[in-house]
Design a protein around this ligand. Structure first.
Ligand code: HEM
Length: 230
């Protein structure tokens, strides 16, 4: 290999590593958001008032809300851009792709080879999710004399439709597959790998994927079974 080819390869590898690290950190932060979002959403099962009061508390603190929303948008956009760049680079530079695989020693699994597709499903899910809920039908309710949005009704009305609940269940399977690989792979990308701990992180990734996938999907199923309350 000539020295100029070596240097191109070296630079390419370095920049890919940095992109992977950025993707890893943003991905792990998004995983944290998902846990918090799931915890808040389980209030749907506790009671309509508990869920609505929680939603109201979140939107009432405007500085916190806008900061959290801006943070989420940046995380999603950066994660997505890095993923798209790496996918394009990997597809157009076969020798380097092989080189990176050799270097990292990460074998290919169904979850790892479908990351761009499950990622696309999550993106489509997110857009429709915001349209349906955040920017969906606005109902109002009054709890303890405070008027607030009846988000519970918007959510339950959506899940009462078989197509709505089925779409969520499908998207959550895709999300679980995505994070089952993304979770442990992120630790690998930021340099945390060890013969003893990497297998544990793989198991933790699968446990996390089952928790968030089954957790969100079961809320959709709960909504479907409950139907719309008068
Ligand atoms: C059963 C499943 C889910 C339910 C019931 C649910 C419910 C909701 C509701 C009601 C809102 C609107 C909150 C508001 O306007 O005050 C919302 C916002 C949001 N959800 Fe979900 N969600 C679910 C799953 C997910 C998943 C899997 C993701 C990520 C892939 C996600 C990401 C978001 C984001 C980013 C927002 C916008 C937050 C904001 O702008 O404040 N949600 N969700």
């Amino acid at each position: 290999m000539s020295s100029s080819t070596q240097s191109i390869s070296h630079n390419y590898f370095l920049s890919s590593v940095v992109k992977k690290q950025i993707m890893a950190v943003t991905g792990l932060l998004l995983c944290g958001f998902l846990l918090g979002h799931l915890a808040g959403n389980t209030l749907i099962i506790i009671s309509p008032d508990a869920f609505n009061q929680y939603g109201h508390a979140l939107v009432s603190n405007k500085p916190l809300l806008y900061t959290a929303e801006a943070g989420l948008i940046v995380l999603f956009l950066v994660h997505l851009t890095m993923a798209a760049k790496l996918t394009v680079e990997n597809n157009t530079a076969r020798p380097e792709k092989y080189y990176i695989k050799q270097k990292t020693g990460r074998g290919s699994t169904f979850a790892s080879s479908t990351m761009p597709y499950t990622g696309m499903i999550i993106l489509i899910f997110l857009v429709t999710h915001l349209i349906n809920f955040k920017y969906g039908t606005v109902y109002m309710t009054t709890i303890n004399g405070v008027e607030m949005r009846d988000l519970y009704k918007t959510v339950m009305e959506f899940f009462a439709q078989p197509i709505g609940a089925a779409w969520y269940a499908f998207a959550m399977v895709a999300m679980a597959i995505h994070v089952s690989h993304g979770f442990w792979s992120a630790f690998h990308s930021i340099g945390i790998f060890h013969n003893r701990y990497t297998p544990l992180l793989r198991k933790a990734g699968i446990a996390y994927a089952i928790l968030v996938g089954a957790g969100f999907a079961s809320l959709a199923l709960y909504g479907y079974i409950q139907g719309v309350q008068a």
